[in-house]
Design a protein around this ligand. Structure first.
Ligand code: NAD
Length: 278
């Protein structure tokens, strides 16, 4: 069994707090990466239609001995498919590629406010949920204004919002909004995509004191804040390193020190202006 703690979503479904992300993993490498993750104890996998590796992920799921009910599989609706009927069709296609008859979490990938179809899209998500084909439904890259519009529809409150979140972009306003509305916060690019963040002197000092790597300290910081994290790597030693974060704890001083690293620096698109459907 995996030693990763779970969080309970607003519909009672539990989800591992640490999972494995597969953005930019080519389809023909996805099966071996996911297999390495499963062997290292990961049980949650985060993919998306636009990653074009749902089939590779599906091959690893078909081959593993891990029972389906111990796995937590997330995929996402791509922007070009927003709208009620298109969403239902896109969901069927994702399930077929994954080789599953149900996912654990289905997310709207981006709100695309300039296109303004996410309310209709959400109604299709509610049908998928009502039909038992996704155990939970949520969103990604939604700002509080976008979430408010879904909440005002009066139906299902998203279980989770997956947003860019790391020590250089700590997202205090969305995190507080999520906490107020019982929406789980999931961090994408939790390691800042492995860039300069992992060379930050303050993090290096904390890591040295704990006998851990900077990546492990950053993941631990997320976990202690209550964030769900989905670090990505295709390197087996790093895949193992990124889940080996449950044998140490950052002090209140360490947490306060990391809090000071926020510079509101985004690596990805801004959700208010991204309407890309490519
Ligand atoms: P990440 O922050 O997980 O960083 C991954 C990179 O960091 C790796 O490619 C590698 O270069 C490096 N790395 C990983 N482990 C390391 C270690 N232990 N030591 C040193 N370097 C290490 O970045 P990500 O892949 O952008 O984000 C994680 C996941 O989040 C994605 O795979 C995807 O599933 C999801 N995501 C979602 C969205 C969205 O719009 N919803 C956008 C981006 C990513």
């Amino acid at each position: 069994m995996s030693n990763v703690p779970t969080i309970t979503l607003n519909n009672g479904v539990t989800m591992p707090q640490l999972g494995f992300g597969v953005w930019q993993v080519p389809d023909d490498e996805a099966a071996s990466a996911v297999t390495a993750a499963l062997e290292s104890g990961y049980r949650s996998i985060d993919t998306a239609a636009i990653y074009k590796n749902e089939e590779g992920v599906g091959r690893a799921l078909a081959a593993t001995d891990v029972p389906r009910d111990e796995l937590f599989i997330t995929t996402k609706l791509w922007n070009a498919e927003q709208g009620y009927d298109t969403t239902l069709r896109a969901f069927d296609a994702s399930l077929a590629k994954l080789g599953l008859d149900q996912v654990d979490l289905y997310l709207i990938h981006w709100p695309m406010p300039g296109v303004d179809k996410y309310e209709d899209t959400w109604r299709a998500f509610e049908k998928i949920y009502a039909d038992g084909r996704s155990r939970a439904i949520g969103v990604s890259n939604f700002q509080p204004t976008h979430l408010n519009r879904l909440i005002e529809q009066g139906g299902t409150v998203p279980a989770l919002n997956q947003i860019e979140l790391h020590p250089s972009l700590q997202q205090p306003v969305p995190r507080a909004f999520h906490a107020d509305h019982n929406i789980a916060t999931e961090a994408w690019s939790p390691l800042g995509q492995g860039g300069d963040l992992l060379k930050e002197p303050r993090l290096t000092e904390i890591a040295g004191r704990h006998g851990k790597t900077v990546a492990q300290v950053v993941l631990r910081w997320h976990l202690q804040l209550g964030n769900v994290v989905i670090p990505k790597s295709v390197t087996p030693s790093r895949i193992r390193e990124n889940i080996d974060v449950f044998d140490f704890e950052l002090s209140a001083e360490d947490m306060a020190s990391v809090a000071e690293l926020n510079t509101d620096t985004r690596l990805g698109e801004h959700p208010d202006t991204n309407n890309w459907q490519g």
